[in-house]
Design a protein around this ligand. Structure first.
Ligand code: BGC
Length: 734
């Protein structure tokens, strides 16, 4: 059972289910590597993983997914050939803890063997200073004489959802330095990956090596006794050809050896210092509500542990670096749910996300042309090239095991508009127009062009419409005029206009040249025509906006009724035969999301009417949903109603109770979008914070319990501390 205390989360569970949950709950990461919170002797079925960001591979015709590197912090104890496992029957006590202020994982386990108790205390970090580095302190003690064997080294028997992904293994040992190095290549594109580790041990131990199909290990024989402790310091390194042009093997060797020379204490101290700096800019203090405080900080920790500070152009997958679910792909989650926090605290990171979309523009253009459109249709599930990893059959039927046709890939056209929205917001908040010249303007124009070629002119209504789309609510596929999609696509056209005007003022030559290169003049003229007659669904007489054409005609039944129709709890609710499809039950915030994003255009009455209508009809089957209902409720004056939705969002990776399956497909892992949603609700929702066109403002509407909220934002390049109480707010330079 987990316990949450000040900056600490612990769990003493030992079942297979606990091991899986703690893998997410206690994970550490640095934006490059994600190390799951499993014990160092983990069985593959407990899903240990060292996920390398930006490195993907495909095995046969299975789904492409991120590569799980061999584990260089692997360690397993034995007494007389019997392994000491966290799940063993001879366990006296076991606890794993994550210090989420400093990203330090620790575990303490005691076993009894023939009346002797053996204790292991281990700590490890995924170094946030040198992102290629993994370090562990591993301390063994006993209360009476006993001979213990420790097998430590590089374990290749990794868990993969759709693997294996590595081959051509080459092992190198350097006995003098106690160094083990494993070089391998990915199977699909032969990208090199190297893992190295070395050990510093204090105490009298005998060491040998063991090389097998499972990996390369040091084997230590330890004569343990009362009052004797054996400390092992393991220094590991991971490099891949996706992140360096240099020789990965050489880099991994050098890093492991230089870490050995530097030593655990110094590395740990640098790591802590960097986390202190991160929290200086990124912390949010909530006074009066300890649970909300811990849950929000824990959410922010997860965002920082996947923030790609090391790369100029990289984004974050929908399940962070917590595993291979969702193919390690980047979704709209980054732009709409994760970017807002970083935009206010570390805008450089958002520039990296935007550059990732600039670099994957060719993939988006290929996708548009594959479907017969012009411009850029971004991948619904994007990997390193921008080609869509989303399959046409993205869910498995739980009854037949057969693939189910889904239209996420073909019809969630809003993805291209979400990206433009994020670019526009970035420019609005930071004033940095250089990014437009780096390629973001081309992204905007190509996305606009895609929508211009996708839209449909209805002669009956004399208006432009968007037909056959899927909105954020994936349970209703292939609908016409999804209100959210229409509004956000319209904002793409508005963005083209705004950015063109801006650039013309600054540097007319640039935009002229770009228009000529892309032959955009005709598109621009057509866009102006379209804007005059573009259909934006409006509220009805009861102030409710219909989610898409004829939505109100679908069966209007309760969520419980729809649930009662399920024959299997893991059934997929959408698709051709899903229980929600012919009803008004929706998966996640859709109209509500539109009202949050374009809040200035709608009255409080409209916001309240839509909340009241859609909330009882929402399953919140996506982790992206609750935070939007919470924000709209705050914006329309009801923070108390918003509070439980905030808590559900902020505690999602603490409780681990979110959906684990979509049809037959495993979707567990961490939830960065919800982590970002927790910040949005606390800061933009409860504090009513906004930063638009160079102006900061707050409209406090704190929940009853909250006395004061303090957070930081970057404003004109300066760090400003914002303090919000129930009665007002103040700003102070940091
Ligand atoms: C949601 C999408 C989301 C994806 C990844 C799905 O369940 O419906 O909106 O982008 O998960 O988080």
């Amino acid at each position: 059972m987990y316990r949450l205390r000040n900056w600490l989360i612990s769990d003493n569970g030992v079942s297979e289910e606990d091991m899986l949950q703690n893998g997410n709950r206690l994970m550490t990461g640095n934006g490059y590597l994600g190390y799951r919170g499993t014990v160092s002797e983990a069985e593959p079925s407990w899903m240990p993983a060292v996920i390398v960001s930006g490195l993907y591979d495909r095995q046969g015709d299975l789904w492409r997914e991120p590569v799980n590197a061999p584990d260089c912090l692997y360690a397993k104890l034995f007494v007389r050939d019997e392994p000491l496992m966290a799940s063993g029957e001879n366990v006296l006590s076991h606890e794993q803890t994550l210090d989420f202020r400093y990203g330090i994982y620790s575990r303490e386990t005691s076993w009894t063997v023939d009346g002797v108790s053996v204790t292991l205390h281990a700590e490890r970090i995924t170094d946030i200073c040198n992102v290629h580095r993994l370090c562990m302190k591993y301390a063994i003690s006993a209360d009476a004489p006993v001979t213990i064997t420790l097998k430590q080294g590089i374990n290749c028997a990794v868990h993969d959802l759709n693997g294996p992904h590595l081959g051509n293994f080459r092992l190198d040992k350097d006995e003098k330095n106690g160094l083990l190095v494993l070089d391998a290549d990915t199977l699909e594109k032969a990208v090199p990956l190297s893992v190295a580790c070395t050990v510093d041990v204090a105490g009298d131990v005998v060491c040998g090596t063991e090389v097998s199909g499972e990996g390369a290990f040091h084997v230590y024989t330890i004569k343990a006794d009362k009052d004797k402790r054996f400390d092992f310091f393991v220094y590991g390194a991971v490099y891949s050809g996706a992140d360096t042009a240099e020789d990965c093997g050489v880099k991994a060797r050098e890093t492991a050896l230089s870490s050995l020379a530097e030593g655990w204490e110094s590395i740990l101290s640098g790591h802590r210092k960097k986390w202190d700096e991160i929290w200086l800019k990124g912390d949010v203090i909530i006074e009066g509500d300890d649970y909300a405080q811990h849950a929000l900080r824990y959410s922010l920790y997860h965002l920082h542990s996947i923030a790609p500070r090391h790369a100029k152009s990289l984004s974050v997958p929908a399940r962070g670096l917590s595993g291979q679910t969702y193919k390690g792909a980047v979704f709209w989650d980054t732009e709409m749910f994760i970017s807002p926090y970083f935009l206010c605290t570390e805008p450089d990171l958002v520039a990296r996300f935007i550059r990732y979309r600039i670099h994957t523009l060719p993939g988006a253009k290929r996708k548009a042309s594959e479907y017969g459109y012009r411009g850029a249709f971004y991948a619904w599930e994007s990997q390193e090239s921008g080609d869509d990893a989303c399959s046409l059959f993205n869910v498995t039927d739980v009854f037949t095991g057969r693939p189910v046709r889904t239209y996420f890939r073909d019809k969630q056209i809003h993805i291209s508009a979400d990206i433009v929205h994020a670019i526009r917001t970035y420019i609005n908040v930071t004033g940095d127009t250089e990014i437009l010249k780096e390629g973001a303007m081309e992204v905007i124009l190509e996305c606009a062009r895609f929508f211009l070629s996708y839209l449909y002119y209805s002669p009956e209504h004399d208006r432009y419409e968007l037909l056959d789309v899927t909105g954020p609510d994936e349970y209703h596929e292939r609908v016409n005029n999804n209100a959210f999609t229409n509004r956000i696509v319209f904002s793409v056209f508005e963005t083209v206009q705004t950015c063109v005007d801006l650039l013309k003022k600054q540097d007319g030559g640039f935009i002229e040249k770009l228009f000529a290169e892309l032959s955009f003049d005709t598109d621009m003229a057509f866009m102006h025509e379209v804007m005059k007659k573009f259909y934006l669904p409006q509220p009805d007489s009861g102030n409710v906006i219909e989610q898409f054409d004829h939505y109100f005609k679908l069966e209007d039944c309760s969520l419980d009724t729809v649930k009662s129709r399920l024959c299997d709890p893991r059934e997929y609710w959408g698709g051709a035969n899903g229980v929600a499809g012919n009803t008004q039950i929706i998966k996640q915030a859709d109209v509500v999301l539109m009202l949050v994003l374009f809040g200035n255009e709608y009255s409080d009455e409209i916001k309240r009417a839509n909340l009241a209508y859609y909330e009882p009809r929402t399953e919140h089957g996506s982790s992206l949903s609750n935070c939007m209902y919470a924000q709209l409720s705050c914006a329309s004056g009801n923070s108390e109603w918003a509070y439980p939705f905030f808590i559900k969002t902020a505690e999602i990776d603490i409780t681990g109770t979110s959906k684990q399956f979509a049809g037959g497909i495993y979707i567990g892992g961490t939830h960065p979008a919800a982590n970002g949603g927790a910040w949005m609700t606390a800061v933009q929702g409860f504090c009513g914070f906004s930063m638009n066109d160079g102006k900061i403002s707050c409209k406090p509407r704190l929940p009853e319990k909250w006395k004061r909220v303090v957070f930081s934002v970057v404003y004109n390049g300066e760090h400003i501390e914002v303090t919000v109480t129930k009665d007002g707010y103040s700003l102070c330079m940091k």
